[in-house]
Design a protein around this ligand. Structure first.
Ligand SMILES: [Mg+2]
Length: 277
């Protein structure tokens, strides 16, 4: 099943709203990691509006699909999508990254509804996801567990311990998504561990792996709407993305791992987002 034209337009508009909100949030908090947040907006939009079996009014339903943002430094994008989906009041987004605010720059499970795990210490989301998915199998539950990771994060050893366990336990209810933007804090990921080697490693570790365009809403939807890729195997989706996607001067620019928008840039950034195809 493909995306209906109207649905595609609706989703596209949501991605623009989220990116605009992120500009204001990062400016106000003077927070880093806007590039990391922008690269996952399209993935989060399709997940939260078309794929995940969730109910904002019943956020702890035992049958709900679980989503974990393992690359916790991109928490602003998670908060913005949760607010857009109705998990909490959008006004709370103004508390992102400010002293004594409700929304810390890395996610806290006890902060607002919809945050399934506290993350930010990289490499922990997939092991947590393995535990939740295994519990689901043992309890005969139908829910699925999605873990969104960064490409640089896959240099953590805990990722590979989790990868071994997931195939050992035949967790076809576990879906990993790698935000493959090819950049990490100080480096190109290719200089440390390339995406092609990641693909081969996950295959060797017993996962079913697929590579997609992480900004193509239709491709994301079609892929996520046809899971698992293979019965009795965990799925790894390598989503090729662009760090800072949506603002030309941020795209593929290592500086925007740390920089935040300046007041005089806000208007032009909002305009650029609004005019994007
Ligand atoms: Mg990266």
């Amino acid at each position: 099943m493909d995306l209906e034209k109207d649905t595609y337009i609706d989703l596209k508009n949501i991605t623009k709203e989220i990116r605009k909100k992120l500009i204001y949030m990062h400016y106000k908090a003077n927070a880093s990691h806007i590039g990391s947040a922008f690269s996952i907006v399209d993935l989060l939009t399709v997940l939260y509006f078309k794929i995940l079996n969730i109910d904002p009014n019943n956020p702890t339903d035992p049958e709900r699909d679980r989503f974990i943002l393992s690359k916790g430094h991109a928490a602003s994008a998670w908060y913005a999508i949760l607010a857009e989906r109705g998990f909490f009041d959008k006004k709370i987004l103004e508390q992102y990254g400010i002293d004594n605010g409700l929304l810390p720059e890395h996610p806290d499970r006890l902060s607002v509804r919809g945050i399934e795990a506290s993350t930010g210490s990289l490499g922990h989301g997939l092991p947590i996801g393995v535990g939740i998915a295994l519990a689901g199998k043992i309890d005969n539950k139908k829910y699925r567990t999605f873990v969104l990771m960064s490409d640089g994060e896959c240099q953590e050893g805990s990722i590979w311990e989790a990868a071994i366990s997931a195939s050992r336990f035949k967790l076809d209810n576990l879906i990993g998504i790698i935000d493959a933007n090819k950049l990490q804090a100080y480096e190109k990921t290719d200089n440390i561990q390339s995406i092609s080697s990641l693909i081969n490693k996950f295959k060797d570790f017993g996962w079913e792996v697929i590579e997609i365009n992480g900004h193509d809403l239709k491709e994301i939807f079609v892929t996520l709407n046809n899971l698992p890729l293979r019965r009795n195997k965990p799925t790894m989706i390598i989503a090729n993305t662009i760090k800072g996607k949506g603002i030309k001067i941020m795209e593929n620019n290592l500086e925007w791992h740390y920089k935040s928008p300046k007041k005089e840039q806000i208007e032009e950034f909002i305009k650029e987002i609004g005019e994007a195809n």
